[in-house]
Design a protein around this ligand. Structure first.
Ligand code: FAQ
Length: 333
């Protein structure tokens, strides 16, 4: 048979020496299997690097675009206390973007490259930030639900196999926790207020609930990146499992607040020990991800304007750094 003709007697075969690349691949896989950390100077497969740049840069973009919906309310916060909290929160989100851009830069992609991809519409950022903040209650609901969903998704990322991302996430999660609590507390105050305030909270919950469930990404059966990312220890828990945990954690919080969640199919399933829930509108999700959400154009235009308006700061900082360098070189000569 043809295949038998190709067989080589084991004793005649030359012993195979692992190539340098195979050795590096084996070391990489060993680190992943031992739950160790891959660091910037370590060898890594090109696809692992690409996946991380994709995820971390999208995450960074989400943080800085995510400053906009709440940022709109800084000048309209109902008290000095709420204004100070909101300014701190929005600043934190900017800081998260900076940690994440720095983590992505360790993989060899510059911040300029990442921002260019955002500004030209080639890069994704979280769907959730393409919806408008219509009332003050939206700010509380973003803290409670959007930051709540973000924490659920991001706690497992503290154990991501890539060291700089995992370490950035530890700090980010601590701050997100404050964000979620301030949102919940602000809603609790409104729910103890007038019927109009209570109605405003309920309306905001109704508008944000389904969008928050979609934040976790497409169903596992429709998530092209999940399997490989889980194998590499980038993602630890699947989109659907995180979504389910979020729902299970949020139902009692909604009860404590006194709001209802806008899903007639939401009910406890004794057998699964989880809540069942209705279907998410994935067409609407994909339309938003692909640029057709209610605020996509506005968000991008605001980011591009901020970048253009900041050109003089970048130029001044560069000129100053060049001057200092020239002075140091002269002194050393
Ligand atoms: N929006 O195969 P998968 C925050 C894309 S930060 C837009 O499942 P993956 C803090 C996905 O990129 C919120 N696109 O992808 C805050 C992929 O497209 P690609 C951001 C989405 O990567 C609060 C395609 O669909 N958090 O909220 C979304 O394995 C308040 C197929 O999906 C992070 O970025 C979406 N929602 O899983 C800030 C966390 N979902 O890239 C301000 C880190 C999926 O192949 C105010 N990221 N897509 O072209 C992750 O954990 C993951 O990347 C997932 C997606 C779970 C988002």
């Amino acid at each position: 048979m043809y295949t038998q003709a190709l067989d080589i007697h084991p004793q005649l075969a030359t012993p195979r020496v692992a190539s340098a690349d195979e050795h590096k691949q084996a070391q990489f896989e060993d680190t992943i299997n031992r739950e160790g950390k891959i660091e910037p100077r370590d060898w890594m497969p090109a696809h692992y690097r690409k996946t991380l740049v994709r995820q971390i840069s999208q995450h960074a973009h989400s943080e800085i675009v995510g400053m906009l919906p709440e940022g709109n309310w800084i000048s309209r916060a109902p008290s000095l206390k709420r204004k100070a909290i909101l300014i701190a929160k929005v600043q934190d989100e900017g800081g998260h973007g900076l940690y994440l851009y720095s983590a992505a830069e360790t993989l060899g992609t510059s911040r300029d490259q990442m921002l260019k991809a955002l500004h030209t519409g080639r890069a994704k950022y979280s769907s959730i930030f393409n919806y408008p903040t219509l009332t003050w209650a939206d700010v509380g609901v973003i803290g409670w639900l959007v930051d709540g969903a973000a924490i659920m998704n991001q706690i497992p990322l503290c154990r991501c196999s890539y060291g700089p991302y995992a370490r950035a996430m530890v700090r980010i999660c601590k701050e997100e926790s404050f964000h979620q609590r301030q949102g919940f507390e602000s809603l609790m105050v409104m729910m103890q207020g007038t019927p109009e305030q209570q109605a405003m909270v309920q309306d905001a919950v109704n508008r944000w609930w389904w969008k928050c469930l979609a934040m976790f990404g497409p169903p596992d059966s429709d998530s092209p990146n999940s399997e490989q990312s889980k194998r590499w220890g980038i993602k630890r828990i699947s989109n659907d499992d995180l979504r389910q945990s979020f729902i299970d954690a949020t139902v009692p919080q909604a009860k404590a607040l006194g709001v209802s969640l806008p899903d007639p199919d939401l009910k406890w399933n004794e057998e699964r020990q989880h809540h069942d829930y209705g279907s998410i509108d994935w067409d609407e999700f994909w339309a938003t991800v692909n640029g057709k959400g209610p605020c996509n154009k506005e968000r991008l235009a605001t980011r591009v304007k901020a970048w253009d308006d900041g050109a003089w700061v970048r130029e001044a900082a560069l000129a100053h750094a060049n001057k200092q360098q020239a002075r140091q070189t002269k002194e050393a000569a």
